[in-house]
Design a protein around this ligand. Structure first.
Ligand code: NDP
Length: 337
């Protein structure tokens, strides 16, 4: 059984030196135990926070511990009455090929789920995050303009598509022309702007000719700088993530913009609210799952995965995701089903 344990805390982007790839022997199962074989490992931006010991909403991974993460596994062996061999489960076993767990905390996906990996994306944490942040905090109304960055990732793509279903104008922001084209052609966004373009702020201004009513914040940085002056009175900002800052080692360059931000929030009565999906909305998962199942079965929501083969490629895949080299939800294929 191979596993990645945290060897040291990264400064900036994580490197091979920050992890140890270990091979460990698995102990024999005790009564109540389930042996899980990882099929899919989800890679998500929040993991960068767990590598760091800066104060946050969740405890960091301790040095020497297996890196955390959601997984979709198959039961290889079971000494637990509730799980049988071959059954698929959603688990939280982290960056390892196998794990022995007690049954609690596992969610059964049955013996023959049609798309087991969806539990890590569109039907799981990222999809749920998009749904609650947009609908509960963003509260988009028909005809309003919604802007979302990381527009082809699992959160952003879902936000934009739900906003379209609610009758909004949707302006995506993504890295590169392929992603932007996909956001318009496949996801149905009205337009999508490449944040790497020199005239990005100007293009965003043109695209949002009636201002911005909802800015779903995934990235921060220069995207937010360009969004701020375009926000309408009574705009809402679900503050979901700030991926442009996750590897930062110092405060951003340039003049202090805090006074301007506060002034805009005040005079335009803007609501900006952070949220942590399961802490704040765990009790509403069923509502999301019902709507999303319906939309998927009606073909109203598209979902794209970025499947990376090989457990040893996990760290590279994580860094690719943070820096935008992914195209869709990043999932590592750890073992074959
Ligand atoms: P993605 O798979 O979309 O990956 C992150 C993307 O961010 C990259 O692919 C890249 O896309 C974009 N990006 C990276 N750096 C920059 C930058 N400097 N400027 C603009 N864009 C950048 O991630 P997810 O969909 O999984 O997550 C999206 C956000 O949601 C993250 O901030 C994450 O932390 C947050 N989140 C928050 C939760 C909560 O409970 N609050 C729960 C789940 C996610 P591109 O190439 O298009 O630039």
């Amino acid at each position: 059984n191979r596993q990645f344990t945290l060897a040291s805390r990264p400064h900036g982007a994580p490197t091979d030196e920050n992890f140890t790839l270990k091979t460990v022997q698995l102990p024999a199962l005790e009564q109540g135990d389930v042996l899980l074989r990882t099929i899919y490992l989800s890679l998500d931006p929040y993991m960068r926070g767990r590598m760091s010991d800066a104060k946050s909403y969740a405890e960091p991974v301790a040095i020497g511990e297996v890196m955390v993460g959601a997984t979709v596994c198959q039961v290889e062996q079971s000494k637990n009455d509730q799980f049988t061999q071959g059954e698929w489960v959603l688990a939280y076993t982290g960056w390892q090929e196998y794990a022995i767990v007690k049954g609690d905390g596992l969610m059964s996906l049955g013996h023959a789920p049609s798309k087991p990996s969806y539990a890590l994306g569109i039907m799981g944490m990222p999809g749920f995050t998009a749904y609650m942040g947009l609908l509960d905090i963003g509260a988009p109304q028909e005809g309003e303009t919604v802007v979302v960055a990381a527009a082809t990732g699992p959160v952003g793509a879902t936000v934009g598509q739900i906003a379209k279903l609610k009758g909004c104008k949707v302006v995506g922001v993504a890295g590169g022309s392929d992603k932007c084209q996909y956001a318009v052609d496949k996801l149905g966004f009205d337009t999508c702007i490449d944040h790497r373009a020199d005239d990005f702020a100007e293009q965003l201004n043109k695209a949002c000719d009636k201002g911005i009513d909802v800015y779903y914040e995934n990235v921060g940085g220069k995207v937010f700088d360009a969004v701020l002056p375009l926000l309408n009175t009574a705009a809402r900002i679900p503050l979901c993530g700030l991926v442009s800052q996750y590897n930062a080692t110092e405060l951003p360059q340039g003049p202090d913009r805090l006074g301007m931000l506060m002034g805009q929030l005040l005079t335009k009565r803007i609501k900006m609210q952070g949220f942590i999906i399961f802490d704040d909305y765990g009790h509403r998962y069923d509502e999301f799952a019902a709507d999303m199942q319906t939309w998927l079965s009606e073909g109203k929501i598209h979902y794209r995965e970025h499947l990376v083969d090989g457990f040893e490629n996990t760290l590279n895949a994580f860094n690719d995701m943070i820096s935008g080299k992914n195209f869709g939800k990043t999932v590592v294929q750890v073992n074959q089903p």
